[in-house]
Design a protein around this ligand. Structure first.
Ligand SMILES: [Fe+2]
Ligand SMILES: [Fe+2]
Length: 302
Protein backbone atom coordinates (compact mmCIF):
# COMPACT_ATOMS: atom_id res chain seq x y z
CA UNK A 1 0.00 0.00 0.00
CA UNK A 2 1.17 3.54 -0.77
CA UNK A 3 3.13 5.03 2.12
CA UNK A 4 1.74 8.56 1.53
CA UNK A 5 -1.85 7.34 1.61
CA UNK A 6 -1.15 5.47 4.83
CA UNK A 7 0.38 8.62 6.32
CA UNK A 8 -2.68 10.66 5.31
CA UNK A 9 -4.93 8.10 6.95
CA UNK A 10 -2.77 8.15 10.09
CA UNK A 11 -2.98 11.95 10.25
CA UNK A 12 -6.77 11.75 10.11
CA UNK A 13 -6.93 9.09 12.84
CA UNK A 14 -4.53 10.89 15.17
CA UNK A 15 -6.15 14.28 14.43
CA UNK A 16 -9.59 12.89 15.36
CA UNK A 17 -8.51 12.16 18.94
CA UNK A 18 -9.22 15.10 21.26
CA UNK A 19 -7.60 13.67 24.36
CA UNK A 20 -4.31 12.54 22.82
CA UNK A 21 -1.81 12.39 25.69
CA UNK A 22 0.86 15.05 25.80
CA UNK A 23 4.33 14.68 27.20
CA UNK A 24 4.95 16.58 30.45
CA UNK A 25 5.92 20.25 30.26
CA UNK A 26 8.90 19.46 32.49
CA UNK A 27 10.23 16.97 29.94
CA UNK A 28 10.02 19.52 27.13
CA UNK A 29 11.75 22.08 29.36
CA UNK A 30 14.53 19.64 30.30
CA UNK A 31 15.05 18.76 26.64
CA UNK A 32 15.27 22.46 25.70
CA UNK A 33 17.42 23.37 28.69
CA UNK A 34 20.02 20.81 27.64
CA UNK A 35 20.60 22.79 24.45
CA UNK A 36 22.31 25.39 26.65
CA UNK A 37 25.98 24.34 26.96
CA UNK A 38 26.31 26.17 30.30
CA UNK A 39 23.43 24.43 32.05
CA UNK A 40 24.36 22.80 35.36
CA UNK A 41 23.36 19.51 36.97
CA UNK A 42 21.80 21.54 39.78
CA UNK A 43 19.49 23.42 37.42
CA UNK A 44 18.38 20.26 35.64
CA UNK A 45 17.87 18.40 38.92
CA UNK A 46 15.79 21.25 40.39
CA UNK A 47 13.55 21.25 37.35
CA UNK A 48 13.18 17.47 37.16
CA UNK A 49 12.33 17.20 40.85
CA UNK A 50 9.18 19.21 40.20
CA UNK A 51 7.83 16.11 38.45
CA UNK A 52 7.94 13.24 40.97
CA UNK A 53 6.63 10.63 38.57
CA UNK A 54 9.27 11.41 35.98
CA UNK A 55 11.98 11.51 38.66
CA UNK A 56 10.92 8.14 40.06
CA UNK A 57 11.04 6.58 36.61
CA UNK A 58 14.44 8.07 35.85
CA UNK A 59 15.70 6.54 39.10
CA UNK A 60 14.24 3.16 38.17
CA UNK A 61 15.93 3.23 34.80
CA UNK A 62 19.27 4.24 36.27
CA UNK A 63 19.22 1.39 38.76
CA UNK A 64 18.12 -1.09 36.09
CA UNK A 65 20.33 -3.77 34.53
CA UNK A 66 20.88 -1.47 31.56
CA UNK A 67 23.06 0.98 33.47
CA UNK A 68 24.30 -1.40 36.17
CA UNK A 69 25.66 1.03 38.75
CA UNK A 70 28.00 -0.65 41.28
CA UNK A 71 25.79 0.54 44.15
CA UNK A 72 22.17 1.58 44.11
CA UNK A 73 21.82 5.29 43.32
CA UNK A 74 19.18 6.93 45.48
CA UNK A 75 19.64 10.63 44.76
CA UNK A 76 18.65 12.30 41.52
CA UNK A 77 21.67 14.62 41.58
CA UNK A 78 24.03 11.69 41.95
CA UNK A 79 22.17 9.90 39.15
CA UNK A 80 22.60 12.88 36.82
CA UNK A 81 26.32 13.06 37.62
CA UNK A 82 26.68 9.28 37.16
CA UNK A 83 25.04 9.34 33.77
CA UNK A 84 26.31 12.64 32.50
CA UNK A 85 23.98 15.29 31.13
CA UNK A 86 24.26 13.86 27.64
CA UNK A 87 21.96 11.01 28.59
CA UNK A 88 19.37 13.02 30.44
CA UNK A 89 17.64 14.19 27.29
CA UNK A 90 17.06 10.60 26.27
CA UNK A 91 15.86 9.63 29.74
CA UNK A 92 13.47 12.57 29.88
CA UNK A 93 12.11 11.51 26.50
CA UNK A 94 11.69 7.84 27.40
CA UNK A 95 10.14 8.36 30.79
CA UNK A 96 7.70 10.87 29.32
CA UNK A 97 6.57 8.42 26.68
CA UNK A 98 5.98 5.84 29.40
CA UNK A 99 4.06 8.41 31.41
CA UNK A 100 1.91 9.51 28.47
CA UNK A 101 0.46 6.06 27.97
CA UNK A 102 -0.04 4.60 31.40
CA UNK A 103 -3.73 3.72 31.28
CA UNK A 104 -3.94 -0.04 30.98
CA UNK A 105 -7.14 -0.20 28.96
CA UNK A 106 -5.94 -1.02 25.44
CA UNK A 107 -6.02 -4.17 23.35
CA UNK A 108 -2.39 -4.89 24.28
CA UNK A 109 -1.55 -5.04 28.00
CA UNK A 110 0.84 -2.26 28.99
CA UNK A 111 3.28 -4.71 30.56
CA UNK A 112 3.48 -6.73 27.34
CA UNK A 113 3.94 -3.53 25.38
CA UNK A 114 6.81 -2.25 27.53
CA UNK A 115 8.42 -5.68 27.75
CA UNK A 116 8.57 -5.66 23.96
CA UNK A 117 9.77 -2.04 23.85
CA UNK A 118 12.48 -2.38 26.49
CA UNK A 119 13.44 -5.74 24.99
CA UNK A 120 13.97 -4.09 21.61
CA UNK A 121 15.82 -1.24 23.37
CA UNK A 122 18.23 -3.57 25.13
CA UNK A 123 18.80 -5.78 22.10
CA UNK A 124 19.31 -2.66 19.94
CA UNK A 125 22.04 -1.59 22.32
CA UNK A 126 23.76 -5.01 22.08
CA UNK A 127 23.57 -4.98 18.26
CA UNK A 128 24.78 -1.36 18.19
CA UNK A 129 27.85 -2.36 20.21
CA UNK A 130 28.54 -5.28 17.82
CA UNK A 131 28.40 -3.07 14.74
CA UNK A 132 30.44 -0.26 16.33
CA UNK A 133 27.56 2.23 16.18
CA UNK A 134 28.76 5.45 17.78
CA UNK A 135 25.87 6.17 20.16
CA UNK A 136 24.67 3.16 22.15
CA UNK A 137 22.29 5.30 24.16
CA UNK A 138 20.55 6.52 21.03
CA UNK A 139 20.09 2.91 19.88
CA UNK A 140 18.60 1.99 23.25
CA UNK A 141 16.14 4.90 23.21
CA UNK A 142 15.20 4.33 19.56
CA UNK A 143 14.40 0.71 20.46
CA UNK A 144 12.22 1.74 23.38
CA UNK A 145 10.10 4.19 21.41
CA UNK A 146 9.98 2.43 18.02
CA UNK A 147 6.42 1.06 18.41
CA UNK A 148 4.85 4.20 19.84
CA UNK A 149 2.08 3.90 17.24
CA UNK A 150 0.98 0.53 18.65
CA UNK A 151 -0.11 2.10 21.95
CA UNK A 152 -2.28 4.53 20.03
CA UNK A 153 -3.89 1.75 17.99
CA UNK A 154 -4.32 -0.36 21.09
CA UNK A 155 -6.00 2.45 23.05
CA UNK A 156 -7.90 4.47 20.45
CA UNK A 157 -8.78 1.89 17.80
CA UNK A 158 -9.27 -0.88 20.28
CA UNK A 159 -11.80 -3.04 18.43
CA UNK A 160 -10.40 -2.96 14.90
CA UNK A 161 -6.93 -3.38 16.35
CA UNK A 162 -8.08 -6.41 18.36
CA UNK A 163 -9.24 -7.92 15.05
CA UNK A 164 -5.75 -7.35 13.66
CA UNK A 165 -4.22 -9.08 16.69
CA UNK A 166 -6.63 -12.01 16.34
CA UNK A 167 -5.79 -12.33 12.66
CA UNK A 168 -2.03 -12.61 13.17
CA UNK A 169 -2.51 -15.30 15.81
CA UNK A 170 -4.07 -17.60 13.27
CA UNK A 171 -2.51 -16.46 9.96
CA UNK A 172 1.11 -16.33 8.89
CA UNK A 173 1.12 -12.57 8.37
CA UNK A 174 3.20 -9.88 10.01
CA UNK A 175 1.50 -7.43 12.34
CA UNK A 176 2.51 -4.44 10.24
CA UNK A 177 1.11 -6.03 7.06
CA UNK A 178 -2.13 -7.00 8.77
CA UNK A 179 -2.50 -3.38 9.97
CA UNK A 180 -2.01 -2.04 6.45
CA UNK A 181 -4.60 -4.50 5.07
CA UNK A 182 -7.20 -4.08 7.78
CA UNK A 183 -6.73 -0.50 9.00
CA UNK A 184 -5.37 1.23 5.88
CA UNK A 185 -2.37 2.45 7.85
CA UNK A 186 0.19 1.05 10.28
CA UNK A 187 1.73 1.80 13.66
CA UNK A 188 4.71 3.28 11.77
CA UNK A 189 2.72 6.15 10.25
CA UNK A 190 0.62 6.62 13.40
CA UNK A 191 3.78 6.71 15.53
CA UNK A 192 5.35 9.23 13.16
CA UNK A 193 2.35 11.59 13.51
CA UNK A 194 2.50 11.40 17.31
CA UNK A 195 6.28 11.82 17.45
CA UNK A 196 5.99 14.94 15.27
CA UNK A 197 3.24 16.33 17.48
CA UNK A 198 5.54 15.82 20.45
CA UNK A 199 8.47 17.48 18.65
CA UNK A 200 10.72 14.46 18.88
CA UNK A 201 14.14 14.87 17.27
CA UNK A 202 14.00 13.92 13.56
CA UNK A 203 16.24 10.90 13.94
CA UNK A 204 13.77 9.23 16.33
CA UNK A 205 10.83 10.15 14.06
CA UNK A 206 12.62 8.34 11.26
CA UNK A 207 13.15 5.14 13.28
CA UNK A 208 9.50 5.13 14.30
CA UNK A 209 8.50 5.53 10.65
CA UNK A 210 11.09 3.22 9.04
CA UNK A 211 11.80 0.40 11.51
CA UNK A 212 10.00 -2.11 9.28
CA UNK A 213 11.65 -0.75 6.11
CA UNK A 214 15.12 0.39 7.15
CA UNK A 215 16.09 0.83 3.49
CA UNK A 216 13.76 3.87 3.33
CA UNK A 217 15.63 5.72 6.06
CA UNK A 218 17.76 8.64 4.90
CA UNK A 219 18.95 10.35 8.12
CA UNK A 220 20.34 7.26 9.87
CA UNK A 221 19.60 3.98 8.04
CA UNK A 222 21.98 2.08 10.35
CA UNK A 223 19.91 3.03 13.38
CA UNK A 224 16.68 1.89 11.70
CA UNK A 225 18.42 -1.34 10.66
CA UNK A 226 19.59 -1.97 14.23
CA UNK A 227 16.07 -1.50 15.60
CA UNK A 228 14.61 -3.64 12.82
CA UNK A 229 16.86 -6.58 13.69
CA UNK A 230 16.34 -6.13 17.43
CA UNK A 231 12.59 -6.20 16.76
CA UNK A 232 12.92 -9.48 14.82
CA UNK A 233 15.00 -11.07 17.57
CA UNK A 234 12.49 -10.03 20.23
CA UNK A 235 9.64 -11.36 18.12
CA UNK A 236 11.16 -14.83 18.01
CA UNK A 237 12.09 -14.64 21.69
CA UNK A 238 8.52 -14.22 22.94
CA UNK A 239 8.84 -10.52 23.58
CA UNK A 240 6.16 -9.82 21.02
CA UNK A 241 2.98 -8.77 22.79
CA UNK A 242 2.22 -12.45 23.34
CA UNK A 243 1.54 -12.68 19.59
CA UNK A 244 2.07 -15.48 17.11
CA UNK A 245 4.81 -18.04 17.69
CA UNK A 246 5.27 -19.21 14.11
CA UNK A 247 7.52 -16.36 13.00
CA UNK A 248 11.12 -17.14 12.17
CA UNK A 249 13.62 -15.28 10.05
CA UNK A 250 16.80 -15.81 8.15
CA UNK A 251 19.32 -13.12 8.91
CA UNK A 252 20.82 -13.29 5.44
CA UNK A 253 17.51 -12.45 3.78
CA UNK A 254 16.97 -9.34 5.86
CA UNK A 255 17.54 -5.89 4.35
CA UNK A 256 18.66 -4.63 7.76
CA UNK A 257 21.40 -7.23 7.88
CA UNK A 258 22.86 -6.13 4.53
CA UNK A 259 22.74 -2.48 5.65
CA UNK A 260 24.65 -3.39 8.82
CA UNK A 261 27.14 -5.64 7.04
CA UNK A 262 27.95 -2.84 4.65
CA UNK A 263 28.57 -0.54 7.62
CA UNK A 264 30.50 -3.13 9.61
CA UNK A 265 32.23 -5.85 7.56
CA UNK A 266 33.28 -7.66 10.78
CA UNK A 267 29.68 -8.82 11.10
CA UNK A 268 30.21 -11.36 8.30
CA UNK A 269 32.26 -13.44 10.78
CA UNK A 270 29.62 -13.30 13.50
CA UNK A 271 28.65 -16.62 15.07
CA UNK A 272 24.87 -16.24 14.78
CA UNK A 273 24.01 -18.99 17.20
CA UNK A 274 26.22 -17.60 19.94
CA UNK A 275 24.88 -14.16 19.30
CA UNK A 276 21.32 -15.40 19.80
CA UNK A 277 22.33 -17.01 23.10
CA UNK A 278 23.80 -13.69 24.16
CA UNK A 279 20.52 -11.99 23.35
CA UNK A 280 18.57 -14.65 25.23
CA UNK A 281 20.50 -13.67 28.34
CA UNK A 282 18.94 -10.21 28.14
CA UNK A 283 15.34 -11.50 28.32
CA UNK A 284 15.09 -11.99 32.13
CA UNK A 285 16.69 -8.55 32.62
CA UNK A 286 14.01 -6.99 30.44
CA UNK A 287 11.18 -8.60 32.40
CA UNK A 288 12.75 -7.54 35.68
CA UNK A 289 13.23 -3.98 34.45
CA UNK A 290 9.64 -3.59 33.27
CA UNK A 291 8.31 -5.06 36.51
CA UNK A 292 10.45 -2.66 38.52
CA UNK A 293 9.37 0.41 36.54
CA UNK A 294 5.66 -0.31 36.76
CA UNK A 295 5.32 -1.91 40.16
CA UNK A 296 6.80 0.77 42.34
CA UNK A 297 6.02 4.40 42.93
CA UNK A 298 8.29 5.09 45.86
CA UNK A 299 9.59 8.61 46.34
CA UNK A 300 13.22 9.46 45.80
CA UNK A 301 15.63 11.76 47.58
CA UNK A 302 16.65 15.01 45.87
FE1 LIG B 1 6.95 -2.14 14.75
FE1 LIG C 1 8.26 -3.78 17.52
Amino acid sequence: MDKNLMLERAEILVGAVDDLPTIPVVATQVIQMLDDPDVSVEEIADLMLTDQVMTARVMKLINSPVYKPAHEITSLRRALVYLGLRHIRELALTTSVIGAFDADSGAIGLNLFWEHSFGVGMVSKIIARKVGYEDLEKAYIAGIIHDLGEVFLSNYLREPFQEVLDKIKSHPIKLVDAEADMLGTTHCEIGLCIARKWNFPEVYCEVISCHHNPGRATIDPILSAIVNLADLFCTVRELNYGGSQWISFNLNEEEAWSILKKASPALAQLDEERFCYELDDAVPDVKELVASIFNSTERVNP
